[in-house]
Design a protein around this ligand. Structure first.
Ligand SMILES: Nc1ncnc2c1ncn2[C@@H]1O[C@H](COP(=O)(O)OP(=O)(O)OP(=O)(O)O)[C@@H](O)[C@H]1O
Length: 614
């Protein structure tokens, strides 16, 4: 490590320390103040105690053999009494310290968690599609509350040690400068070992972040209710269990190696420190034999040396901890610094209250970050206002990418997506998204009450009970909810006690109710009926038409039954629209759509409603 990189590392540590202190202060201002006052007191008391020891011993020597006069007793009782007082104050401070520490740690935990939650939502959706981001998030969590408090504690201990050390030095310096120097040198090997190990541990932790996520994933596969059926059916438990165990074995081995290195280093450092201490003690013995020191000096000297040595050791070990924790907490700051790319323009244009022309993809080209192949290239598509448009196509054609662009989860690399002729980038992101509702293939089962599941569509209107019921009726889930033990107040999902589970199709109906409740102008559907039987799908489609009337809807689907009901069908292949028209027009065209339709009809003529476009 060059001098410049060393200085840079000290600078980074300091900057992390300052940022951490700001965070801690913001999270627990008064408690931090109380903590600092206590540190100062705890730092000063040991030196006061040592000075009193000298006084007590010297007084004892002075009055020894003078009889039990009140004057001689007082000479001993006063310093001893004060020393006892200091012990009591130290105990009180220790007890109060526990209290302050617990309060601080709770406040800091909540504050840091809130910061991480806020940032997790603020970053672009796109980040969640990359493992590097997940690594950052995992590391930030690791560096959050625990590390910041540890960093603060080590800094506090360091300050306390420094106060004590300065006070001790003031007491020791009259005996010469050599002793403080020896103390410092004796602790140096331990410090170097600590720094070295800290660095190795940090690198190991960074390198194994993904490994730990693999462990979580295997654990999830083996213990989760959503995977329980397939684990049994495919009998893959042994396979994933051994993957878990093998990975754990490797991590355990690496951890043991680190531990061995650490223990070895510590033993060597302790031997060096002991040798130096032995030399200092021999020197002290010599001074006593030569009659240079008084008994009081000797007592002070002995106590001060012992204490100062452990303080210097603590001090250096705290420096090491500060260094290590600042490395980890750097991950938190790195995470908090991620800037979203999908942001509001400086002066957003108001979103249209009612769509007139519709949505247009104009010469859109897009590739996912970090990939070479574009998914869309000079892509054009119009979604006319008030119409239902279906987009069909084979796997990987780019249909879901269209949705992501339409929701502004990503922006095009070139070209534009326009709403009534205005580029989406000119609207405020929140205001634009308020216009959109998406019904996903697997809607999220929110483990909350049935009513709240619908209200999440528009949380600002959550108290509008009659609208919630109207949305449930419109989507066809009202009767089911009414039959639940507590109706709209019934908990859904099996995660919590008393929860009632719904079928896949019922969850999709609940999602439709949420969409009704949202009253958004643009409705996007991604295989919304995949979990429904043909009868339920028919009923659902009728309800969907009610929802979509007067709105602009895009349906991404593989199902003919769904696609054929759209006003316009676009067939997509390899990032391009290759055919467009109504169901009848596309059949008459006898192209890709017609071929898929025919082959599906032949293959499954007994059950045409189940036909899929391939
Ligand atoms: N996050 C991503 N990063 C990189 N490439 C991606 C990402 N998501 C999708 N792709 C790629 O983009 C292309 C289009 O994918 P997309 O999911 O849009 O297809 P699709 O038409 O929705 O397919 P399907 O019908 O199977 O759902 C595919 O080649 C896919 O591998």
């Amino acid at each position: 490590m060059t001098l410049i990189s060393k200085l840079r590392s000290v600078n980074t540590t300091l900057s992390h320390l300052i940022k951490t202190f700001h965070l801690v202060w913001a999270a627990s201002g008064y408690w931090t103040l109380a903590w600092m006052v206590m540190l100062l007191l705890q730092g000063l008391l040991p030196a006061m105690s040592i000075t009193l020891t000298r006084e007590a011993v010297d007084n004892l020597v002075a009055v020894s053999g003078a009889g039990l006069s009140s004057e001689s007793i007082q000479k001993i009782v006063t310093p001893v009494g004060l020393m006892a007082g200091i012990v009591v104050v130290m105990e009180l401070l220790n007890a109060a310290g526990e209290w302050v520490r617990t309060a601080q740690s709770e406040l800091i935990h909540d504050y840091m968690t809130a910061l991480i939650h806020k940032q997790s939502v603020a970053v672009d959706y796109g980040y969640y599609e990359y493992s590097e981001y997940n690594d950052k998030l995992d590391r930030a969590r690791d560096g959050a509350s625990g590390r910041s408090l540890a960093l603060l504690e080590s800094t506090g201990s360091l300050l306390q040690n420094s106060v004590t050390l300065v006070a001790m030095a003031a007491v020791l310096i009259p005996y010469g400068l050599g002793l403080p120097m020896i103390l410092l040198i004796s602790a140096f090997p331990a410090f170097s070992v600590l720094l070295y190990i800290s660095k190795i541990q940090y690198r190991w932790s960074q390198r194994t972040t993904s490994d730990r996520r693999w462990l979580m994933y295997y654990d999830y596969l083996l213990t989760n209710n959503t995977t329980a059926a397939e684990v049994r059916l495919f009998d893959y438990a042994d396979y994933f269990q051994s993957s878990y165990q093998n990975l754990r074995k490797r991590l355990r081995r690496e951890q043991f190696n680190l531990l061995r290195l650490q223990t070895l280093g510590r033993i060597v450092a302790a031997i060096i420190a002991l040798t130096i201490t032995g030399g200092a003690l021999a020197w002290m013995g010599r001074q006593v034999l030569l009659g240079i020191l008084t008994l009081g000096d000797l007592a002070l000297f002995f106590q001060a040396f012992n204490q100062a040595q452990s303080i210097v050791k603590d001090l250096l070990s705290n420096l090491g901890k500060i260094y290590r924790n600042s490395l980890f907490i750097g991950n938190l700051f790195e995470f908090l610094q991620i800037q979203p790319k999908i942001i509001d323009p400086p002066s957003p244009v108001p979103v249209p209250t009612k769509l007139k022309q519709g949505i247009r993809f104009r010469q859109v080209s897009f590739r996912y970050p970090g990939t070479k192949e574009p998914v869309l290239e000079n892509f054009n598509l119009t979604l006319p206002a008030g119409k239902i448009v279906a987009v069909v196509g084979d796997n990987g054609a780019g249909k879901s990418t269209l949705i992501k662009l339409l929701c502004r989860f990503y922006d095009p690399d070139s070209g534009s997506i326009e709403l009534d002729g205005i580029d989406l980038r000119h609207f405020s992101v929140k205001a634009f998204r308020r216009l959109v509702t998406v019904l996903f293939q697997s809607p999220i089962p929110y483990y909350t009450t049935a009513g709240e599941n619908i209200a999440l569509g528009d949380i600002s209107a959550a108290s509008n009970y009659s609208e919630i019921q109207a949305a449930a009726k419109a989507s066809g889930i009202h009767d089911k909810i009414k039959r639940l033990p507590l109706g709209y107040n019934a908990m859904l999902g099996k995660l919590f006690p008393e929860g009632s589970d719904l079928s896949g199709g019922q969850w999709q109906r609940l999602a439709l109710a949420r969409a009704f409740f949202r009253r958004a102008q643009i409705i996007i559907l991604d295989e919304p009926t995949s979990a429904m039987d043909p009868w339920a799908e028919h009923d659902w489609l009728e309800r969907f038409r009610t929802l979509a009337s007067g709105r602009t809807a895009v349906v991404i689907t593989h199902r003919f039954t769904l696609a054929m009901r759209a006003d316009i069908i676009h067939v997509m292949r390899a990032g391009q629209i290759v055919e467009s028209g109504s169901h009848d027009q596309l059949l008459a065209l006898d192209g890709l759509y017609a071929q898929s339709w025919k082959s599906q009809m032949q293959a499954d003529s007994s059950n045409p409603v189940e036909s899929r476009i391939v």
